[in-house]
Design a protein around this ligand. Structure first.
Ligand code: AKB
Length: 318
């Protein structure tokens, strides 16, 4: 029996770092790919390829050379950054995905692909709690690319027999790597400002509720979906998954339980408009029924874990 070889494209990013660690600790054989070197010490002994997902030839060559069986394609421009450079974001998000899907079709050794979609596929009109098949009218370049990407995944599954699986991630909060260019990034970067003596300046309104998730649950979602039998999966696009919903104010008040002097102010910028178009939460009964999705971390546990991690590491942006 040939051993599975897992490859993470975008392995140095926020989710990639923690997924790589999860797979490594599970004893899986792993190859990391990114345009920047991993920095997390426990990942430095793993095979690494400096690869741009938009360069199809080099990507196919390296995936073949490592005999990769499972691809996690995480490289993407996020919502806030994407609004500032739409052509770049569209090119990276669409070309990268189509390269991966096309290579997976051409290389039978690649048995499964994981590609994250996002709550950004929803937009004004999706309602406060977005249904699995809810109205999708994304209002950002990132959201449009994720929405179209979901359709491409379904097309490659139905017409090219590529076993590609996806979830709609909310804002992700973890301590090992900084986020880059998202609308939900405040919920991670705030932890680097605690104890600074100045109020943390949040770029969203205090009451803007968004769906959020601890990184541990995000990694479990990817691994759980990839482990499910294909026959159990009714959704060919991306599964809604929900863990918790909170506003900046609710997060900051929870932080204050650990750091009573923590102060904040909310001065919304253009990211508030993006957030205002997203739902407060997602209806995720299909993910729970089909592959046993069950998040473990709630808001108090998320804050406790981030506060504990602060004590044992450098600032995320160091
Ligand atoms: C972003 O804020 O752009 C991302 C997302 C919700 O997909 N974190």
């Amino acid at each position: 029996m040939v051993r599975d070889v897992h490859c993470i494209i975008g392995a140095s990013g926020q989710l990639g770092t923690e997924l790589a660690l999860g797979l490594k600790r599970a004893g899986e054989q792993l190859v990391l790919m990114d345009i920047k070197q991993p920095v997390y010490p426990e990942l430095l002994d793993l095979p690494f390829e400096m690869i741009d997902v938009c360069e199809r030839g080099g990507l196919a060559d390296r995936l073949g050379a490592h005999r990769v069986t499972h691809v996690y394609h995480l490289a993407a421009a996020l919502s806030a950054r994407g609004e500032q450079d739409p052509q770049w974001a569209w090119n990276l998000n669409m070309k990268g995905l189509l390269n991966v899907l096309d290579i997976a079709h051409a290389m039978p050794g690649i048995r499964q692909v994981f590609w994250p979609s996002s709550i950004a596929v929803f937009g004004p009109g999706s309602g406060p709690i977005a249904a699995q098949s809810g109205h999708r009218l994304p209002a950002t370049v990132y959201g449009i690319s994720k929405n179209v990407g979901e359709h491409w995944c379904a097309w490659y599954h139905q017409n090219r027999n590529v076993d590609v699986r996806s979830v709609r991630y909310p804002g992700l909060v973890g301590s090992l790597a900084p986020p880059g260019g998202g609308t939900t990034d405040y919920a991670v970067e705030v932890f680097d400002h605690i104890g600074e003596g100045l109020p943390y300046r949040c770029f969203l309104e205090a009451g803007e509720v968004l769906p959020m998730m601890h990184m541990g649950d995000a990694v479990e979602a990817a691994l759980g979906l990839m482990a499910a039998p294909r026959s159990a999966l009714r959704c060919a696009e991306a599964y809604n998954i929900q863990a918790m919903s909170f506003s900046p104010e609710e997060l900051f008040l929870e932080i204050r339980r650990h750091a009573p002097d923590f102060a904040f102010e909310c001065i919304p910028d253009f990211r508030q408009d993006i957030a205002a178009g997203w739902p407060d939460g997602l209806e995720d009964s299909m993910a729970r029924a089909d592959w046993g999705w069950a998040p473990k971390v709630d808001l108090p546990a998320l804050v406790a874990s981030m506060m504990e991690a602060r004590l044992s590491r450098l600032p995320l942006n160091a």
